[in-house]
Design a protein around this ligand. Structure first.
Ligand SMILES: [Zn+2]
Length: 454
């Protein structure tokens, strides 16, 4: 297919800008006409545009670079797309020719890498100062084309990071930068904070050393809609500031864990919204209390030389944690063993399960059971659960709100779990923006479609 096309290549370093150097424009036209005569038809150009995944772009030449074993296409934006600010895309006065030709990597063709090459003149924007002009094939400040970055973002959402790196022949950290650009652009194009009524706020630890993200989910669309590094009043205030007073006034429900800073900020911005406690966090408290009991019993067994009991208890952690419907046969046997040999630990297990059932039942039945549960836990003489009973009594109003509204546990729990998994995917980025962006792709519905498939 290339055949004649190989000749179709400009040796001239680049064209001067047609708008400011009007005298040259005729010559450029002439050069292009020559290309046409040499067999690179308009049709071929459009085929190449599609092959390279670019729009509103003039393809001036194609050459194969032996040294790099790569295809290089010399391009320039359509006239109407030239001289625009790289940041805001506004038409601006030309400033200077910039630092010579630049290259952008685009999608591979078969086995070889492909680059676009173009001059990158600078313009003077009233808002953004002297800045490299926008190009239709790439995002500002990117060294990769839009198509390449979209594909990288899609892959990062759907497959393991080592696969993405190897397939695309780029470092994973570079993919991090691409993902941030893709998400920033998608968020600017789409206001996902419109029409919110019921939201969930959560804090998720994303690195050792107590680093946290604050995340906001929409209970209705079931999507992650906002996230930021940090977990304090100032961080969360940024979300409500972005939402603005009008949309804050429309929020009916805010679910969260029991963190006082969330309650304080929610009350300040949305006094009308009903605050309720996420079942996920309440059940997590019970799981923690249960584990405390298990460890105490295990330590006592070891001290008393009851090696068999100690061994069984050590392996019982998951049997106690898991919901009955997810337990394996072996875990069931472990639980039966505990029921036979250690009554306090088994009672602690039943207390945890009962609490979980309350949130499954919801409504008035749930509230009646909560009352019974509190009485049981207060009298159970198992330290961690007596303490838990106090905590739950303190938050009873917010828990009853959850039961009244019938809020399900699933969304917050799954978002929480998925973000933890994504943390692994984002490992190696070393900055939270990349994790937030990758979470937005996977959980916020911002993943682009594959190039050319929209
Ligand atoms: Zn600008």
């Amino acid at each position: 297919m290339l055949g004649e096309g190989w000749k179709w290549c400009s040796d001239r370093p680049e064209y001067p800008d047609a708008r400011t150097h009007a005298g040259h424009s005729a010559r450029i036209q002439l050069v292009e006409d020559q290309f046409l005569e040499e067999g690179f038809s308009v049709r071929m150009k459009s085929v190449w545009r599609r092959l390279l995944g670019v729009e509103e772009t003039v393809i001036r030449g194609i050459r194969f670079e032996n040294e790099m074993q790569a295809l290089v296409a010399t391009v320039r934006p359509y006239r109407r797309r030239r001289g625009r600010c790289g940041e805001c895309n506004r038409r601006c006065a030309r400033y200077d020719p910039g630092e010579g030709p630049r290259r952008w990597r685009t999608l591979d063709l078969g086995t070889i890498q492909v680059f676009l090459e173009s001059e990158a003149p600078r313009v003077s924007c009233p808002d953004h100062g002297v800045i490299v002009q926008a190009v239709p094939w790439a995002r500002h400040d990117a060294r990769f084309t839009r198509a390449f970055e979209d594909q990288a973002a899609w892959l990062a959402t759907h497959t393991a990071r080592s696969t993405v790196s190897e397939l695309l022949r780029v470092a994973w950290r570079t993919v991090g930068g691409m993902i941030v650009r893709v998400v920033t652009e998608a968020e600017a194009a789409l206001d996902r904070l419109n029409g919110l009524q019921r939201i969930g706020i959560d804090e998720v630890s994303h690195r050792k050393g107590q680093r946290y993200l604050t995340v906001v989910v929409d209970h209705d669309s079931r999507r992650l809609i906002w996230a930021a590094a940090g977990h304090d009043e100032a961080t969360l205030s940024r979300f409500f500031e972005k939402l603005g007073p009008k949309r804050c006034a429309k929020l009916r429900l805010i679910s969260a864990d029991a963190a006082p800073w969330i309650a304080a900020v929610a009350k300040r911005y949305c006094p009308q919204a009903r605050l309720c406690l996420d079942p996920f966090h309440v059940v997590a408290w019970a799981t923690d209390a249960l584990d405390e009991v298990r460890r105490a019993v295990w330590n006592a067994a070891r001290k008393n030389g009851e090696t068999e009991l100690a061994r069984e208890l050590k392996g019982a952690r998951f049997a106690l944690w898991k919901n009955p419907e997810n337990r394996t046969e072996r875990q069931n046997r472990k639980l039966a063993f505990i029921a036979r040999t250690n009554l306090p630990l088994y009672r602690a297990y039943l207390l945890k399960e009962q609490l979980r059932t309350i949130f499954k039942l919801k409504g008035d039945l749930g509230k009646a059971m909560l009352e019974e549960w509190l009485q049981w836990a207060r009298r159970c003489r198992i330290g961690p659960f007596v303490k838990l009973a106090k905590t739950i009594a303190r938050h009873r109003r917010d828990i009853e709100a959850t039961l009244d509204i019938g809020l399900s546990n699933a969304l917050v729990e799954s978002t929480n779990t998925k973000i933890r998994l994504l943390t692994r995917q984002a490992f190696g980025f070393h900055y939270p923006e990349a994790l937030i962006s990758i979470a937005m792709l996977a959980l916020g519905g911002l993943c682009p479609s594959l190039p050319g498939r929209a």
